[in-house]
Structure formats: structure tokens, C-alpha cells
Design a protein around this ligand. Sequence first.
Ligand SMILES: Nc1ncnc2c1ncn2[C@@H]1O[C@H](COP(=O)(O)OP(=O)(O)OP(=O)(O)O)[C@@H](O)[C@H]1O
Ligand SMILES: [Mg+2]
Length: 422
Amino acid sequence: MAIQPLELLRQTFPGIQSAEQLTQLAQLARQATYPPNTVLCHEGAYEKVLYLICEGEVIITKRFDTLEEDHLVLRRAASGDYFGEMAIISDAPRSATVTTTTETTVLEIDQDVFRTILEKNADLAMQMVRQTFERLRQNDRMTLEELRKAFETLEKLDRAKLDFIEVTAHELRTPLTIMRGYASMILTDPIVRDNPVLREMIEGISNGSQRLHEIVNNMLDVQRIDLEQISAAAVPVSLPLVLRGVEMQFKQAIQQRRLNLQMDLQQNEGDGSNYIEADPGLLSKAFYHMLMNAIKYTPDGGTIRVALSYEDHPVMERVAHVQIADSGIGIDPEYHSLIFEKFYRLGDVQLHSSGKTAFKAGGPGLGLAIARGAVLAHGGEIWVESAGHDEAAFRGSVFHVLLPIQAALREKMALLRVRYGE
Ligand SMILES: Nc1ncnc2c1ncn2[C@@H]1O[C@H](COP(=O)(O)OP(=O)(O)OP(=O)(O)O)[C@@H](O)[C@H]1O
Ligand SMILES: [Mg+2]
């Protein structure tokens, strides 16, 4: 048996002390009964009714994702609970959806009626404010908990992905090494050497397995970086030497693709030397992947500029600044941080061309993740600037790397990164 409206209003809103006002409210409130699964409040809609449950139960849900129909259950409400007050007090759209779960009888109070009562009763207003804050706090707690769970799941999935990479890479390495070994042995055989067709075929096998070997090594590099198993050495490194070394590896590709590569390597005016405390192997890897990308994503005949300069930096004091600029296809701003994630690649997966330095040759999406890992291990920074993807105007991209000259400053950058995020 439902409680009488007047009694229910008195119990729910003790802030209304005047008996006359309570009676007036009870008279103006409409009583209605709804079957199960009726939506009383629609998230996002402007609706001007406050509901007080006499009997039955409702569920209050919020959309989790604007596109999908995923809902987060905020709470359930039963006899004596009210809902829909936030939207009518602040003239805002409904912040959640309310659906009956059983047959439910409610008192419906219109916005203007409720506001008139509210204006006359400071105690009621305070009660509503307190209740609203409490509900918001509860929602916050619940959302944070959901976020924490989602984060945990993502971490587990990422971990599973890393395990998969490791197993696959190790499994592939052994047969690949055998293939490469036999291919190079066959190539030394005089019968093959003197037969151009045969030689070309075996060279094809050798090049193919060499490329696969590189991919497998990249997979292992990225896995080590993700598990934070790399630490950068701190030995005197000449950056011009490292950059020239990387350039050498692409001499042939640059010629074939008729690219104009400019190297603008300046001296450090601070102390006149070009040495920084760093890990030459890791830096070569980083610049290798960045230059490889500049080549891959620039059409034939384009320009690539590798520049090295030295600057003052607020945290790292003095830094080496390497820029790799290209006149290529460019990258839309929304992807500027995503491309540094492992396996993140843009463009059509189907459109992989053969040859790793061909225009838009594609790849598994590991190069920039490795480059970022190597730069971060130095306490440095890496980012990209590009006006956007455009395969008509070719507005290009500029990749930047900052490296502290002194390894002692790495710690300082790492601490800042932990404190403020990347
Ligand atoms: N210089 C560039 N110009 C335009 N797009 C780029 C450039 N460098 C990277 N990208 C985009 O960023 C994505 C990620 O780059 P990344 O080097 O990590 O992977 P990849 O080149 O696709 O494969 P991998 O390096 O493993 O062979 C690329 O797929 C490409 O879409
Ligand atoms: Mg790449």
C-alpha cells in the first residue's frame, strides 16, 4: 500500500515547514503509475518535471560513450527517493536516464511549482544542495572506479600483447637465421654466381629474410622499451657523426627516390664541441627510424632536411635539437601523439608496397615507438609538427628531438615527466 502523497512529501522534504505549503504542493503534484521499462527522464533532453517515487523502483543510468549504447548504472531509487531535481533547478538538460524496473507510482511536480516552494524555504533549498553534492560525489567516485577498472584491463591487454610479441619474435628468429645463412651460402656457389636468374631469385630470398629479420628485431626493441628494460649509456657522442652514419645507410634509397637530402649540422657555440653524453647505438636507432619515415612518406623528388642546433632549455639547461623535416604527405594534428604508440600506423593496411623505402611503403608501426623510447631513455623530448595530411599540396612534417647535453639532467626530466605526465 503506497504512502499518501501529503505524508510522503512531508517525509521527503522536511525542509518545508509550512503545513499550508505542503498541502498546496500535494494538490499540485500529479500522481501517475507507469509499467516497467518506461523511460521517465531522457538523458540530454530538457524536461521540467521532478519525480518522487511513491511505490516501485527505477534505475538511473548514464551513457558511457556518446556513440555506443553502453550505460553506466549510477544508482537505483525506490519509494521515498526523488530524481530529476538537478535539471529543473539549473535549467539544464537531463544528466542521466531514468527507467522504471517495476510498475512504479510517482508524484510529478512541475518546475515552476517546485521553484516557488524552493524560493520560500531556505531549509529545503539547503537540503537539495546537500543532496545534489552528495549525488555528484557518488557519481565521481563511481566514474573513477570505472576508469580505474578500464585502465587495469587495458594494462593487462597491453601486457598480453607484449608477451605475444616476445614469443612470436623469438619463434621467428631461429628459422629466419637459418634461411639467411643458407641463402648467403648458396650465393657463394659458382653455379648460382654464374646464373643471373638463379642469383636474382636467391638474392630475393636473402633480401626478404633480411627485411623480416629487421621487423623481428624492431618487435624485440619495442618490447624491451615497453618493459623499460633499456637504459641509455652516457658516453661522449658526436651527434654529427651519428647523423652522418644514419645518412650513409640510406644513400642508395635517396638516390633511387631522387630525394634532395640536406644536412645542416651546426656546432655547439656554448663550448665549441659537438659531444653530448648519450648512447650512440640507441640514438642511431632513433634517427634511423625517423629518417626512414621521412624517406617513406615523401614522394620522389622531394626534400628532406636534417638540422642540428644547440639551445638553452628551462629544465635540461643546454640541449641538442635535431629536426628532421620533409616535404611529404604530412600528418593530421589529431594523430600527432598517437603515431608514437607501438603498432599505430595511418593509412590503409592493405596498401603495403614492397620495398621498405618505397613511397608510402608502410610498415608495422614500430619505428616511432622505438624512436620515442630511445629519446625518453635519454631524458629527452620528441614530437612532431605538421599542418596536416595532404597528398596534393605535400605540406610535410617536422620531427623534433631534444637531448640534454649532460646525462646528469636526465633524472630531472624523468621526475618532471612522472609528476606532470608527458
Ligand atoms: N615523416 C612522416 N610523414 C608522414 N607520416 C608519417 C611520418 N612518419 C610517420 N608517419 C606516420 O606515422 C605512422 C607511424 O610511424 P612508424 O614509423 O611508427 O611506423 P611505420 O613507418 O608505419 O612502420 P615501421 O616504422 O615499423 O616500419 C606511419 O604509419 C605514418 O602513417
Ligand atoms: Mg617507420
